[in-house]
Design a protein around this ligand. Structure first.
Ligand code: SF4
Length: 212
């Protein structure tokens, strides 16, 4: 049993009647450690608290972009980073304009920055496709390490992901010094709404059929 299939939800109702394998029964040290971090790390404590306040104030009223703005405002961040994908440059431009209208300084950086070749970072030649539009974007790699280092150099206080590829988002997050939040999770097939794959899932879903 894992949390995802738990029906007791003892954590939600603060019951000590834990289901089998409940983390609260098997891993008490985790919660002691977490409590210490909230106590000792005032920034983490404040971030977690402000996030909950934003949730409460804007519940069922604000889209994620407004949640992001309000979280940044409440944290007192002035300088935000936008790490975006070339495929979502328009979205990044709109997001940057709105964030600036709200008074933030915005530093943005595109995934292809640096012009590194995919082969330079170990991508086999057969996976360096040319794009249908004729640009050579298939041969130039996304460069999430450079995106993070650039925003680190500018000392951004919160970095916002706009449509980075799966995996590149993980690399970016790993190397970002500022905390990272995602405004748009890339999904090329589902209008950047990855949850739609869950809502429309059945075993014979067309996207489930072939393994490559
Ligand atoms: S923490 Fe325990 S009670 Fe909560 S969802 Fe997970 S298994 Fe269930």
């Amino acid at each position: 049993m894992n949390c995802e299939s738990c029906k007791k939800l003892s954590c939600v109702v603060r019951s000590e009647d834990y289901p089998k394998n409940c983390p609260m029964a098997t891993s008490r040290e985790v919660f002691e450690e977490a409590r210490k971090i909230y106590e000792k790390d005032s920034e983490t404590r404040r971030m977690a608290a402000e996030a909950s306040i934003v949730e409460a104030v804007g519940y069922m009223q604000w889209p994620r972009l407004r949640d992001t703005i309000e979280f940044a405002r409440r944290m007192g961040y002035k300088k935000l980073g936008l790490a975006f994908c070339i495929g979502l440059q328009k979205e990044a431009e709109t997001a940057a304009r709105i964030l600036r209208e709200w008074g933030f300084e915005v530093v943005s950086v595109m995934c292809k920055t640096g012009s590194f070749l995919k082969t330079e970072i170990g991508v086999p030649e057969e996976y360096t496709m040319y794009s249908k539009t004729g640009y050579l974007i298939g041969t130039v790699t996304c460069n999430p390490v450079a995106q993070a280092l650039y925003l680190n150099k500018h000392r951004t206080e919160l970095n916002i992901i706009v449509g980075l590829c799966v995996g590149h988002d993980a690399v970016f997050t790993k190397h970002s010094e500022a905390p990272v939040t995602t405004l748009i999770a890339k999904d090329r097939v589902l209008s950047h709404n990855p949850a739609a794959a869950l809502y429309t899932y059945y075993w014979n879903s067309y996207w489930m059929k072939e393994k490559v």
